[in-house]
Design a protein around this ligand. Structure first.
Ligand code: GLN
Length: 218
């Protein structure tokens, strides 16, 4: 299985390194053809205004929307989350409106340009996630289909999931945190080979029972 990493701008190398660390092959995505191999896509941090321009210039807008439509997972970190939001506070038009949230860019102001925080992310287990925030956005509003995965101590939302779309205001890939990438890889694997829970795979105990019946001739 391969996962694409949008490699137009920003912190994409760290995502490729994180994928490598969990044994998943990362593919640099610079043009539509690069998307073909990937079972999912990561949108890195960087500068969302620049990403907006480069996504348009390289003709990636429709192909990425199609990939999301097909149900493949997309994971956006920081600027990548801004790229996915249906609404950007202040009236900028959305870029790839796939995630029903309103985000505010650079929400922590100049005083708190960057900071790190331990975050409780229950779906990733008990050990907190070390989040690195760099000129980070905040999620101001979430739609009814959006699951909140993590908040800061003051209650502000910093990680969400809506079906196949996952987004964090922070950078897990800069802190050696691999669990978000594992989650996305699992989602990609489930998309590629839906089996669990669908009844498509033979049930091991049922299989054993029918083999017993065959042996006993009943
Ligand atoms: N401040 C950037 C933006 O608004 C995001 C910063 C980041 O990705 N680390 O696009």
């Amino acid at each position: 299985m391969k996962i694409g990493v949008l490699a137009l701008q920003g912190a994409f190398r760290e995502h490729l390194d994180t994928l490598r660390a969990i044994g998943v092959e990362g593919v640099r995505v610079r043009e539509p053809a690069d998307l073909a191999d990937g079972s999912g896509l990561i949108l890195p941090g960087g500068e969302s205004t620049t990403m907006r321009q480069l996504i348009e210039r390289w003709g990636l807008h429709e192909p990425i929307l199609d990939l999301a439509d097909a149900g493949k997972p997309i994971f956006g970190t920081c600027a990548g989350m801004i790229v996915l939001a249906v609404e950007i506070a202040g009236g900028e038009p959305p870029i790839l409106p796939l995630l029903d949230v309103t985000v505010e860019r650079n929400a922590f102001g100049r005083q708190l340009d960057s900071f790190e925080a331990e975050l409780d992310v229950p779906i990733l287990g008990r050990t907190p996630v070390h989040g690195v925030f760099i000129r980070a956005p905040i999620i101001e509003r979430t739609g009814p289909d959006v699951d909140i995965l993590a908040r800061l101590d003051d209650g502000r939302i910093v990680a969400v999931r809506q079906r196949n779309i996952v987004a964090t205001a922070f950078h897990p890939e800069l802190a050696g945190e691999t669990r978000f990438h594992r989650l996305v890889a699992t989602m990609a694997a489930e998309h590629d080979d839906p089996g669990e829970g669908s009844g498509r795979r033979p049930h091991p105990t049922r299989r054993a029972a029918s083999a017993r019946r065959e042996r006993s001739g009943s």
